[in-house]
Design a protein around this ligand. Structure first.
Ligand code: DGY
Length: 325
């Protein structure tokens, strides 16, 4: 696409600085409301735009793409995960898709590390004690959790974020194991001091903590199924900062209630923004509102990536972060 100022529709309120820069560069229609557009408004936007900038709260499915106008040429996602976009259908309609990889890696890994510590060390219970004014002073037996140093961490999905978690985990004395579709290059694996498991089942059965970092695709939907969760040690913890759909949430809840798992720390859920009420209030569970990548710095960098993808595309080149189906 070669146009002076592409017509860009942004579906969700973005940081001021990102919006201002977009206004300078493009003909922009911004959604000033900090909530997702209705499907009808989204379809209207897709009819009018050269470039659509959605977020993970927009469903860019076949119906939406069928409603898109002939001028829609690029979907420049504000976010790394693209499981809300039907990338294959977009491609058949000649619409490119780009995302914002890399800039959320370290922030998401930090939050994962916080969650890896949170459940074994009973941080939520401690916090509640303080906030509710119930603390009666130090006691040798109160709120004792479990040590993570020396324990085995199993990383499911060893991409950018999985590797960033592995680096942090080593510093906390965890033994790092991983399962990935493809084994890492020997040098990378050695640098991370990580042990590869070809069999996810076998890895799950041996780990003290399992942290999920693969993308959500049809192949990873319920990758951690009821059967696989049952392979885990009854004392094991599970952490998810990737996508809720990768874990069978109902099976997880059943197991947590029956004490068949040590606990869970979840930043993502199967039916966001709805959170299964059975999860709330479980003592061995920490829940966060999908905030793994939520830093001011990261959100600005995501905006810069979106802008670069659009600019490059408008100059007649492939966006640097093009996503292939
Ligand atoms: C993404 O970009 O996919 C993240 O989940 C947002 O936090």
């Amino acid at each position: 696409m070669k146009r002076e100022r592409p017509h860009v529709v942004v579906t969700r309120k973005l940081p001021e600085a990102v919006e201002a820069r977009m206004r300078e560069l493009f003909e922009v229609r911004l959604n000033t409301a900090d909530r997702p557009m209705s499907h009808a408004d989204l379809a209207q936007a897709a009819r009018e735009a050269d470039v659509l900038v959605p977020t993970l709260t927009d469903r860019i499915d076949q119906t939406l793409l069928a409603a898109a106008g002939p001028r829609l040429r690029l979907i420049a996602n504000y976010g790394a995960g693209v499981d809300h976009i039907d990338v294959a259908t977009a491609r058949t309609r000649g619409i490119l898709v780009s995302n914002t990889p890399g800039v959320l890696t370290e922030d998401t890994a930090d939050m994962t590390m916080a969650l890896i510590l949170a459940v074994p060390r009973r941080m939520a219970e401690g916090l509640a004690l303080m906030q509710e004014g119930r603390w009666e002073g130090w006691s040798p037996t109160a709120i004792t959790g479990h040590r993570i140093w020396g324990k085995r961490l199993g990383i499911v999905g060893m991409g950018r974020i999985g590797q960033a978690v592995a680096r942090r985990a080593r510093a906390f004395g965890l033994q790092v194991h991983y399962h990935n579709r493809r084994r890492l290059h020997a040098e990378t694996e050695a640098g991370l001091d990580a042990t590869y498991w070809e069999s996810l089942d076998q890895m799950l059965a041996r780990m003290d903590i399992v942290s999920v970092h693969c993308p959500h695709t049809p192949a990873t939907y319920h990758l951690l199924s009821a059967r696989r969760l049952q392979l885990m040690k009854p004392s094991a913890y599970i952490v998810n900062t990737a996508r809720g759909e990768i874990i069978d949430e109902n099976a997880l809840i059943r197991m947590l209630k029956r004490g068949q798992l040590g606990g869970a720390a979840l930043d993502v859920f199967e039916k966001e923004p709805a959170v299964n009420p059975d999860l709330v209030g479980l003592p061995n569970v920490v829940l966060l509102p999908h905030m793994g990548s939520a830093t001011e710095e990261g959100r600005l960098e995501m905006g810069e990536k979106v802008i670069l993808n659009i600019k490059t595309f408008a100059d007649g080149h492939r966006p640097p972060d093009q996503v292939l189906p």
